[in-house]
Design a protein around this ligand. Sequence first.
Ligand SMILES: *Cc1c(COP(=O)(O)O)cnc(C)c1O
Length: 361
Amino acid sequence: MPADSPSNALKPSTVAVTAGRPPHEPDAPLNTPITMAATYVAGGDLEYGRYGNPTWTAVEDVIGQLEGGRCLAFSSGLAGVATVLDLVGRDAKVVAPRHAYNGTVMQLADLESRGRLRAELVDITDTEAVVRACDDAALVWLESPTNPALEIADIATITAAAHEAGAYVVVDNTFATPLLQTPLADGVDVVVHSATKYLGGHSDLLMGAVVTSDEELYAVLKGRRDLLGAVPGTLEAWLTLRGLRTLHLRVERAQQNAMELARRLAEHPAIGEVRYPGFGGILAVVLAGGAMAADLLTRKTRLWVHATSLGGVESTFERRRRWKTEAATIPDGLVRMSVGIEDVDDLWDDLVRALDTLTAG
Ligand SMILES: *Cc1c(COP(=O)(O)O)cnc(C)c1O
């Protein structure tokens, strides 16, 4: 797509395919090449490999257009999280979901233990309590749906309250992707992604993304990335760019499969509870037989792979409390399921074969 075309008017699936391409000129490649460069000939804007790379620019262009802001790529999701959390002043209060991504909660605990900030962890579904907590906060961190509890926050209401109190609002949009939720449109200041998950989509890379429509914030974040150096590898940026071309197809199919599996799982006697927010490709089940049943399930399937992480084309699942760092309020027998794009009946048959052994006899 030519750089000057009005991409705002295009639908997200068209943006996913067409943004971040070289101009339509004779002999120009259709795809942005991988530019392996540590340094550039002096006199231009880039100068050095830590400050910029044409392959990053292409992937940032796609993610930025999808979220409705300007994007900065990072070496991982957590590198992006760390860069954003580093913006708050000394001793500032940060409000965050008690069931936010484990690594985010651990970063907050680490910063708090070193006297860097004060973290207040809240039940993100209790909008009134979150609004009250916003009062003297500098930053309100949201994740919706949360990982792995799959709770939903009232982003618009909380953002309005946080802004009233003078706090910045950040949303980790990893689970929803910009196709199902665009927080910047609700007034949110910064969106964070683990591009490792849906944006890359093939479980073969680590990358993060931070997006904002606030030019001043963009400049500050770019300055921090230049200084701290948590920049993505060029190959990772290119693979994410390639993954983004099919984001809409993958998310649509994963969501269809997840919706159908949530419905069928709710009827199985081995399942005590199904948590599905009604959209997206992630669901969680709580096994009626607790941790032991959950561990058995994750070892008895042939298609479903027992692995952490999520958002790939292949279906994976894990019992989250196998991690010592997972919140104690997450049920012992909860299995988070990242539904892939395989045939839904094959996925179901594989699950049922394993689940039936739990209820047999
Ligand atoms: C995985 C994940 C992260 C961390 O991203 P990495 O790329 O693994 O560093 C942050 N937030 C959420 C919601 C995640 O699922």
